[in-house]
Design a protein around this ligand. Structure first.
Ligand code: DSN
Length: 421
């Protein structure tokens, strides 16, 4: 153990017994349950240590070489390194690594080129879009004029002709390509054509697929969209945070919009951890990891289909898929609760044209980034699929479910992620 990591270790052992007990409980939960939440992952211990470093003490409003505080030499190096690696990873010439989250990255882009009341065309939340793309209870829905596109009623995929039609009718200033529960490839080039035709800016929110793009197995939006936003903690497997990638010509606008536009002091410990994550994602092994995420997702999706579950859009091209439970006479709420009771952790999710509200939903969303990090492969996907099917069919049989819960725990614990912890 290096001196630095010793310090980190000691700091994480400080004697707040109450908190230590909670942390222990959460670690134990993560080790013993099967995580199928499409937006979660197990970040490396290196990333965790970096997040828990002394960098958290430093105020650094501004940007490298131009801060409002003294003593920023080291944090300047940290941020420069994170930017350099981010640009290398996504083949870009400008990135801003300061956004605290994906929502803040999105908000910063909006405020950089839009005025209050300007029109945005984005994907409907119910069909796979994200809250921050214009939901009426989100800041975007309150401050901008939102038009939405839906997926096709038959294919449940984006209908680009319809998006074009809506763009021509609504004449948005910004179009958003991106989703948080869409299992198909998003054609950023087609979105670019549409945006150009109506003179709109194009923003791609790649939060979910950032790791797949970094691994080179999913089409990139960088160089196509004017702005690409992402989070670093989903398929990219880094710390919880956001980034913005764009052409250098937008650097002034975006930098100003992040700070002082929407944020104050950057979280330097998180930015350092982002840099560590980018380095990990630049390693050739990350390509293999991202390939395996999709392989596992397809295997589990096909298995559930064979078991008689209706998959939204009929399949998946990425790390997630949605199951429509309508014909099983189960809601997403009931299914996710039943699965959680045996230790299979996922989320209820609205499906396209869902008649149920987001607290109940007709579907569940299943994602494979976390189990793939654990090293699970096709055989474990079959095992998990069997356990999901059995649990949903026997959700009121407590004795049978106890047996499944034991199997879930055994499976999770036989693929340890944090063996040293
Ligand atoms: N991005 C959402 C998810 O997919 O879980 C959370 O906002």
């Amino acid at each position: 153990m290096t001196k630095e990591s010793n310090i980190n270790h000691t700091l994480s052992q400080v004697a707040d017994n109450e908190m230590a007990a909670i942390l222990k409980k959460e670690l134990q939960r993560q080790k013993s349950q099967i995580v199928l939440i499409a937006s979660e992952n197990f970040t490396s211990q290196e990333v965790i240590k970096t997040m828990g470093s002394v960098l958290t003490n430093k105020y650094a409003e501004g940007y490298p070489g131009d801060r409002y505080y003294e003593g920023c030499n080291a944090v300047d190096e940290v941020e420069d390194l994170a930017i350099k690696r981010c640009n290398l990873l996504f083949n870009s010439n400008y990135s801003n690594v300061q956004p605290h989250s994906g929502v803040q990255a999105n908000t910063s882009v909006f405020l950089s080129v839009l005025n209050c009341g300007d029109r945005i065309l984005s994907m409907n939340l119910r069909d796979g879009g994200h809250l921050s793309h214009g939901h009426k209870q989100n800041l975007t829905g309150k401050y901008f004029d939102i038009f939405t596109y839906s997926v096709d009623t038959e294919t449940e995929m984006i209908d680009y002709d319809n998006v074009k039609k809506l763009a021509k009718i609504s004449k948005p200033k910004l179009i958003i390509a991106g989703a948080s529960s869409y299992s198909r490839i998003i054609d950023y080039a087609k979105f670019r054509e549409i945006a150009d035709e109506v003179g709109a800016f194009l923003m791609a929110d790649i939060a979910h697929v950032a790791g797949l793009i970094a691994g080179g197995i999913y089409p990139t939006s960088v160089g196509i969209a004017d702005f690409t936003t992402a989070t670093t903690h989903k398929t990219l497997r880094g710390p919880r945070g956001g980034i913005i990638i764009a052409d250098k010509k937008y650097s002034g606008l975006i930098n100003k919009s992040v700070f002082p536009g929407t944020q104050g002091g950057p979280l330097m410990h998180i930015i350092a951890a982002k840099a560590v994550c980018f380095r990990e994602a630049l390693d050739p092994s990350f390509k293999l990891y991202s390939q395996k995420i999709i392989e596992n997702s397809k295997v589990l999706c096909d298995f559930m289909k064979e078991k008689g579950y209706r998959i939204v859009s009929g399949g998946t091209d990425n790390h997630l898929f949605l199951i429509d439970l309508t014909d099983k006479h189960l809601t997403g709420y009931e299914a996710s609760e039943a699965l959680a009771s045996v230790g299979i952790i996922l989320n209820k999710n609205v499906i396209p044209y869902d008649k149920l509200n987001p607290n109940i939903t007709s579907g569940i969303r299943i994602g494979t980034p976390a189990v793939t990090t654990q090293g699970m492969g096709p055989n474990q996907m079959y095992e998990i699929g069997e356990m999901i099917d059995f649990t949903l069919k026997n959700k009121d049989n407590g004795t049978a479910l106890k047996n499944v819960a034991r199997k879930v725990k055994d499976l999770a614990e036989s693929f340890p992620v944090y063996s040293g912890l």
